[in-house]
Design a binder for this molecule. Structure first.
Ligand code: AMP
Length: 543
C-alpha cells in the first residue's frame, strides 16, 4: 500500500522558492573583478536566476543542455547555479586550474553548449576554443565596460544579455532524478571522470548539510564558502545557505588572499566558513603576523584532505573557532562524514581528545559505510581494523557520466572510495591514506596522514607531506618533505626526534628533505603523485 502523501518532487526550484518567500531580504555579498564588494538580496539573486533561465530559452539551449561555467565564487555564479538547474538544464562547473588538454577533453566530453566565464579566464578559453567546435558561444560574466579583448566565437556580455530578459519565469516541474549539475574529478590517471548530480540527491544532501551534527546552518549564520563553486558545488553551501536563509559571502578571485578573507569574515559577520586545509595555512600565518582575530567566526568546515591537528588546535585555542573536520569526495556530493561530538566523545580531554579530533567524523544519515579487506570481507568497527572504505546512499554516484566502460569502483551496489580507513565503535572514521598513498614497509602499513600530523605540529613547519619511497630492505620507507623558513640539519634532527613517543618507532621517517613549496592539485591538495615523481631519483642515506 502506498502512503497518501503529496508526491512533490525534490527539485532545486523548491529551495529557491522557499528562499524567495522566507528569506527575500537576506544578503549575498561578493568580491568580483568588477565590484570590490557587491551586495544584493536573495530576492534580487533569484530574480536574475529566472532571467538566466529565460536567456537560455532565447539562446536556444536544448532541454538538457550542459551549460558550463569557468568562474570564481560570486553572485553571478550563484545566479547560474539556480537559473541553469531550475530550468532543467545541467550546470557544468569547470575547474579553471586544469591543464589545457583536460579542459578541452571535458568541454567536449560534456558536450557543453554555452560557456559562461569570468573575464580572467578569457585567455585560457581563447587558447582552447578552436578545439571545442561544438560550443555555441561564450558569455563573459561582466558588464559591457569590462568585456575582455579576446577572439572567442560568438562572444556575449552577461549583463547586456540579462538586461534584455524578464524576471518572469515559471520554473517547470520534472522528474526529481533529472540531472542538475556536473563536476569532473581530476583523476591522477586517465581522463577526468564526470559525476552527474541530480535534483533529488542535491536536495537531500542540502537537508543533511544543515543538520546540527553536520554544518548546523541556520538563518542566523553568514557563510563564507572558500571552497570553489567549481569544486563539488562548493560543498553544497550555495543551496544550504539559500534554504535556511544564511547570508552568503563570496570571496571571488580573492580566495587565496588572507587579508581579504579576514576582512570579509570580520566586516560581513561571517559565522561559518569552509575550505581545504591549504587555504587556511596562509590565513593562520597572516593572523599570527598581523595580530588580527576572526570574530565572529565560530566554526569552519575543513576537509578535502586531512586537517592537521595543529590547525584544529590553533583555530580552537587562538581564535575560539571549532573545526568541523569532514570527509567526502566529488562522487559523494561531497559530504560523507563530519566530526561532531556525541555523548561519549564530548568529554574527552588531553591525548584522547587529540587522537579523536583528527578523525574525519561520523557518517551523515543517508551515508552508509563499510570497510573491507583485500578479499572483500567486511572488517569490524573496532578502531583498529582497517580496510578499503566503501559507501552507498542517495547522494553517492551510481556510475560516472558517459564512461566507455562501467567503473571498477562500483561493486555490489557499493562505491569504493579509494581510501583506506578505520572506523571505531561510535562510527567515527579515521582515514589512513588514499589506497595508493599508503606506505608499505616490511609488509606493514604506515599512515602518511598520522606522520604529517606530527610534523605539522612543529612551529617551524609551514607545510609537510610524507611519501613512501623505495627502500632495498623494507620495500618502502617514509620520506618527510617539509616547507620551512629555517631548513637545515638542526631542524631535520628536531623533527625526527619529535616523532619519538608519538608514533611506533618503525614508523619514524628515514629522512627529511626541505623544499620551497609542495606540489598541489587543481583542488588545492598536496599532489603525492607529483611529489613522488619529483623525488624519483632520491635514495635514502641507508639504502
Ligand atoms: P575530491 O573528490 O577531489 O574531493 O577528493 C576526495 C578525496 O579527498 C577522498 O577520497 C580522500 O582521499 C580525500 N579527503 C577528503 N577529505 C579528507 C579528509 N578530511 N581527510 C583525509 N582525506 C580526505
Amino acid at each position: 500500500m502506498l502512503g497518501l502523501m503529496m508526491d512533490t518532487p525534490l527539485l532545486l526550484k523548491h529551495i529557491a522558492r522557499h528562499a524567495e518567500r522566507n528569506h527575500a531580504t537576506r544578503e549575498v555579498v561578493s568580491v568580483t573583478a568588477d565590484h570590490p564588494r557587491h551586495r544584493y538580496t536573495f530576492a534580487d539573486s533569484l530574480a536574475r536566476a529566472r532571467r538566466v533561465s529565460n536567456l537560455l530559452d532565447r539562446l536556444g539551449a536544448t532541454a538538457d543542455a550542459r551549460i558550463a561555467t569557468l568562474a570564481w565564487n560570486d553572485f553571478r555564479h550563484l545566479e547560474l547555479y539556480y537559473g541553469v538547474s531550475c530550468s532543467g538544464r545541467i550546470l557544468h562547473t569547470i575547474n579553471p586550474r586544469l591543464f589545457a588538454e583536460q579542459l578541452v577533453y571535458i568541454i567536449n566530453h560534456a558536450d557543453d553548449e554555452w560557456i559562461f566565464f569570468d573575464v580572467a579566464f578569457a585567455p585560457l578559453l581563447a587558447a582552447v576554443a578552436a578545439q571545442c567546435p561544438r560550443v555555441k558561444g561564450y558569455v563573459a560574466m561582466t558588464g559591457a565596460a569590462h568585456m575582455p579583448d579576446v577572439e572567442l566565437p560568438n562572444l556575449q556580455c552577461y549583463e547586456t544579455l540579462l538586461a534584455g530578459e524578464s524576471d518572469d519565469c515559471e520554473w517547470p516541474d520534472f522528474d526529481e532524478r533529472t540531472a542538475s549539475s556536473l563536476c569532473y574529478t581530476s583523476g591522477t590517471t586517465g581522463h577526468p571522470k564526470g559525476v552527474l548530480y541530480s535534483h533529488r540527491n542535491t536536495v537531500l544532501h542540502t537537508y543533511a548539510m544543515t543538520m546540527p551534527d553536520a554544518a548546523s546552518l541556520s538563518a542566523l549564520d553568514a557563510v563564507l564558502p572558500i571552497v570553489p563553486m567549481f569544486h563539488v558545488n562548493a560543498w553544497g553551501y550555495p543551496y544550504a545557505a539559500m534554504m535556511v536563509g544564511a547570508k552568503l559571502v563570496f570571496p571571488g578571485p580573492s580566495l587565496s588572499q588572507p587579508e581579504t578573507l579576514v576582512d570579509l569574515i570580520t566586516e560581513e559577520g561571517v559565522t561559518i566558513a569552509g575550505g581545504v586545509p591549504t587555504v587556511w595555512l596562509p590565513v593562520l600565518d597572516y593572523l599570527r603576523r598581523s595580530g588580527r582575530n576572526l570574530k565572529p567566526l565560530n566554526r569552519t568546515v575543513i576537509g578535502g584532505s586531512a586537517c592537521p591537528l595543529s590547525m584544529i588546535e590553533e583555530f580552537r585555542d587562538s581564535y575560539d573557532v571549532t573545526v568541523l573536520h569532514g570527509w567526502g569526495m566529488t562522487e559523494m556530493s561531497p559530504v560523507g562524514t563530519v566530526n561532531r561530538p556525541n555523548a561519549r566523545t564530548a568529554g574527552l580531554e588531553g591525548e584522547a581528545l587529540r587522537a579523536h579530533v583528527v578523525k574525519q567524523g561520523r557518517p551523515l544519515p543517508g551515508v552508509e559505510l563499510r570497510i573491507v579487506d583485500e578479499d572483500g570481507v567486511e572488517q569490524p568497527w573496532d578502531g583498529a581494523s582497517f580496510g578499503a572504505l566503501q559507501v552507498r546512499g542517495p547522494w553517492i554516484c551510481s556510475d560516472y557520466y558517459e564512461l566507455d566502460e562501467p567503473s571498477a569502483a562500483h561493486v555490489d551496489g557499493w562505491f569504493d572510495t579509494g581510501d583506506v580507513a578505520m572506523i571505531d565503535a561510535d562510527g567515527y572514521v579515521k582515514i589512513t591514506d588514499r589506497t595508493k598513498d599508503v606506505i608499505k614497509s616490511g609488509g606493514e602499513w604506515i599512515s602518511s596522514i598520522d606522520l604529517e600530523n606530527v610534523a605539522m605540529s612543529h612551529p617551524a613547519v609551514r607545510e609537510a607531506a610524507v611519501v613512501g619511497m623505495p627502500h632495498p630492505k623494507w620495500q618502502e620507507r617514509p620520506l618527510l618533505v617539509v616547507v620551512t623558513d629555517t631548513p637545515g640539519d638542526a631542524l631535520a634532527a628536531e623533527l625526527l626526534e619529535g616523532f619519538e613517543g608519538q608514533v611506533a618507532k618503525w614508523w619514524i621517517p628515514n629522512d627529511v628533505v626541505f623544499v620551497d613549496e609542495l606540489p598541489h592539485t587543481a583542488t588545492g591538495k598536496v599532489s603525492k603523485l607529483n611529489l613522488r615523481k619529483r623525488f624519483e631519483d632520491y635514495r635514502f642515506p641507508d639504502a
